[in-house]
Design a binder for this molecule. Structure first.
Ligand SMILES: Cc1cc2nc3c(=O)[nH]c(=O)nc-3n(C[C@H](O)[C@H](O)[C@H](O)COP(=O)(O)OP(=O)(O)OC[C@H]3O[C@@H](n4cnc5c(N)ncnc54)[C@H](O)[C@@H]3O)c2cc1C
Length: 382
């Protein structure tokens, strides 16, 4: 067993750490306050190759391995969660489906601008009435005269409405399977297609500078060939997309948890009460030690899930475990970080107040904690 990172993984970690520290973190408070999408930062990340890390160079990617990509997400999240989720949703949900399931033509057409970070792409699965039960979409697409006519709505979709957004891939019911269940197909809908209506951004508790919107499809027509891969493969495809995405969300959560520990430790060493720094009180030390231990464990869990993915082995249960544990670790870490800051932790001048709001979404997006527990239980044979 070898726990060391190779040279490439270390180089990507260092680049991202430096970028997060120098370019992202100093702007995190402002981004959260204004909720403005940070185009310049996202473009710079594209130029650095950070928006196409796990894709081959022939498609404009950086040709890095999956673990390198996850480590990059962790480091960017340490700087700011909204930037990290923009990167994660673009890579794992937007671009990855083209790479995994796209036809040769689809890969050549859609992937290069995404991998180079010139364009963002979204994946629309969740609907107003189909969230955890993502296998039961209400959105329908009917094939007529060589065009899919799409009608329906999607909710909470990341990266669909920025000026850089090229389009969205959506799940839609396209028929009934022989066993009576819905046939689900993933359809590619470029931005600007008539009938594809991008709603106003939601006002959010956290991840405020990321782009999250409702989408509506009113007799939206895309050509027959805009099926991602094969017709009827939609459910299988999005289950696979989510496995990879969950490892990346685990990494994002570890980055957030680490940021909580960084701030809490720093503050505990500086703040003095009863004549000594907080860090000298054992009650505070216990909190910091528990945070460090859980972060280490969560990091190892996502490393292992990423390693399994890279070996081509099943990793669905490990992805769910990593996502579940890391997101709950981040929540506990944020809570303790605020506690260690006392009243200052409740004030927006201190980053931990923002971290406390930002950690929550990781327990919801790409499958809630309850859904992760259901998946793990299923793997146990329940
Ligand atoms: C900031 C943000 C960004 C997002 N980005 C995207 C995106 O880019 N693309 C996309 O498709 N979606 C996106 N989502 C949607 C996200 O994946 C869903 O919110 C999530 O899957 C939960 O669905 P829901 O919100 O409808 O909750 P519901 O499914 O209604 O669940 C509500 C509660 O009931 C629980 N519950 C539901 N079913 C069960 C069950 N069987 N057993 C036990 N408990 C259950 C849930 O765990 C939860 O606690 C995003 C969400 C957020 C908050």
């Amino acid at each position: 067993m070898d726990f060391s990172l190779n040279e490439e993984q270390l180089a990507i970690r260092n680049t991202c750490r430096e970028f997060a520290e120098q370019e992202i973190k100093p702007r995190a408070e402002e981004m959260d306050r204004t909720g403005e999408f940070p185009y310049d930062l996202i473009r710079k990340m594209g130029e650095l190759g950070l928006l196409g890390l796990p894709f081959p160079e022939e498609y404009g990617g950086a040709g890095a391995d999956f673990l390198s990509y996850c480590i990059a997400v962790e480091e960017i999240a340490r700087g700011d969660a909204a930037v990290a989720i923009t990167m994660e949703a673009h890579t794992s949900l937007g671009a990855m489906p083209f790479y995994l399931f796209g036809t040769k033509e689809q890969k050549e057409r859609y992937l290069p601008p995404l991998a180079r970070g010139q364009q963002l792409w979204a994946f629309g699965m969740t609907e107003p009435d189909a969230g955890s039960d993502a296998g039961s979409p209400r959105t329908r697409a009917v094939l007529r005269d060589g065009y899919w006519h799409i009608n329906g709505a999607k909710a909470f979709i990341t990266n669909a409405g920025t000026q850089m957004s090229g389009g969205v891939t959506i799940t839609a019911v396209t028929g009934t399977r022989p066993d009576g269940r819905s046939e689900i197909t993933n359809l590619i809908v470029p931005r600007g297609t008539p009938g594809y209506i991008i709603g106003n951004p939601y006002r959010k508790m956290g991840w405020r500078a990321s782009d999250t919107r409702p989408l509506t499809f009113e007799d939206c027509q895309v050509p027959e060939e805009n099926v991602l891969g094969q017709r009827g493969e939609g459910f299988k495809q999005f289950m696979q997309i989510l496995d990879g995405g969950r490892v990346a969300i685990a990494a994002l959560s570890v980055g957030l948890a680490q940021a909580c520990l960084d701030e809490a430790l720093n503050y505990a060493k500086q703040r003095r009460q009863f004549g000594q720094p907080l860090s000298k009180f054992q009650a505070i030390q216990m909190k910091l030690a528990d945070m460090a231990m859980e972060i280490e464990l969560a990091r190892l869990m996502y490393y292992k899930a990423a390693w399994l993915q890279m070996q081509g082995k099943p990793y669905s249960a490990e992805a769910s475990m990593a996502k579940l544990f890391a997101s709950e670790t981040a929540k506990r870490a944020a809570d303790q970080a605020v506690q260690i800051h006392g009243g200052y932790g409740f004030m927006d001048e201190f980053p931990v107040s923002r971290y406390w709001r930002n950690v929550k979404a990781s327990e919801i997006g790409e499958g809630t904690s309850e859904v992760q527990r259901l998946i793990i239980a299923k793997h146990l044979g329940c």
